[in-house]
Write a protein that binds this ligand. Sequence first.
Ligand code: LRH
Length: 476
Amino acid sequence: PSALYSAAVDLGATSGRVILGTWSRQRLTLAEVHRFPNTYRELGPHAYWELGALWHEVQTGLRQAVAALPRGAKLASVGVDTWGCDHVLLNDAGRLVFPPHAYRDARTQPGLQRLARTRAALERVYAATGIPNVFYNTSLQLAETVASCPAIEDLATRCLLLSDYFNFLLSGRMENELSNASTTQLLDVHGRDWSRAALNHFRVPAEWFKAPITSGTKLGRVRSLPELAGTQVIAVPGHDTASAYDAMPAAENGGDLFLSSGTWSLVGFENDAPLLGADALAARIANERTGRGGYRPLTNVVGLFLLEQTMKDFSRRPSHDREWAALIAAAEKLPAPAGLLDLADPAFAAPDSMKRAIDAQLKKRKLRAPKDLAGYTRLICDSIGRGHAHAAQAFEHMIGRRFQRILMVGGGSRNRLLCQATANAAGIPVASFSLEGSAVGNLASQLIALGAVKDLKTFRRLLAHHLEQKAYAPRG
Ligand code: LRH
């Protein structure tokens, strides 16, 4: 049997990549053909994405994927996943009618606080959507857009999450995909359609959304790049976290807790039903969805954004693997920090200087600031590790059973210090897979849609077979 080639476009808030997947003899191999940094830009008090620049990188990466194919081979399909919540507003002709704000824009703060203060509304929205009140929610963003610019209701006819928008740029089809739709806080937690109650609460026009499609839906051939003329665009779990969870080589007994570690740390698992009610709301459990409609309750812990941003204040920071290893080794040798960071500090959301935000919190708590980058690295990894443990404990408390392993994918799964800190704090062994989880899950959906793999269970089994894993036993 000949090989099958598919491309995964995986866009994160701080970096993006295009990965060429080759499926041959029941095995997936990956080649990263393009990687690029991503960042939002500030204009006055607001923060925006540069979508033209991103689309340019996507096209460059896809051309690179085609160039990397063996002679005579064709790219069968392409799928796109992106970070959650951020979106565009369009008219029927597909033109942008509002600038694309970044989720770290402070414009949602008044709405966030208003909802936090109104217990009844908070509970109603949570009961309807299963999504807690977080500053990045699409709901808060759209509420602010409509309130600050009422004319938008005359201009916009559609709202697409960013993965949907890139699917549209590639295929010409405007669809809302289910997993990314579930990050909006506007989807009905008990069904697969939008929640009237939530749309009304946030005063968001219902006409902006179509009933979500599930992953595996074929959107048509690529129309915008002649090099990819025969390539199918396939809707994958458009939310990067949903794609990453699909890539978890999970045991079938359900004893694994999932951790996708990148800019954010997404700690959760798959479940037949959502986790709702007062305990779930207090633990800020987000009942997001898989691309097939299942539930993946998770909590979002501040992740390696803390370290990425802190590094900006140091002129000597690691730029390649060997320097990274040296930094982690130096951080490991340090004594345990006297106190860990309170990760819920709102000052960590989008500070001008993360280092100063950390120092300010430590000062307030009468703790000494670390001396050097190794010290910050140690403090941050131990703090995130404890954050992971708290999330694990909240889940165990709610579902009444212990997790046997924590499976870790994403950039942070290569960070030994963070893996060990997580195992230590949680008292649960960590299995880390140096795996671009989102890209792998993205490819999995394409292979299933193309008929090369029967289903996700089969894919995970085949994946687990070939994956290298590192085990971290709890210590201390
Ligand atoms: C991670 C992520 C996360 C949230 C956030 C906005 O990249 O998608 O799951 O939704 O970004």
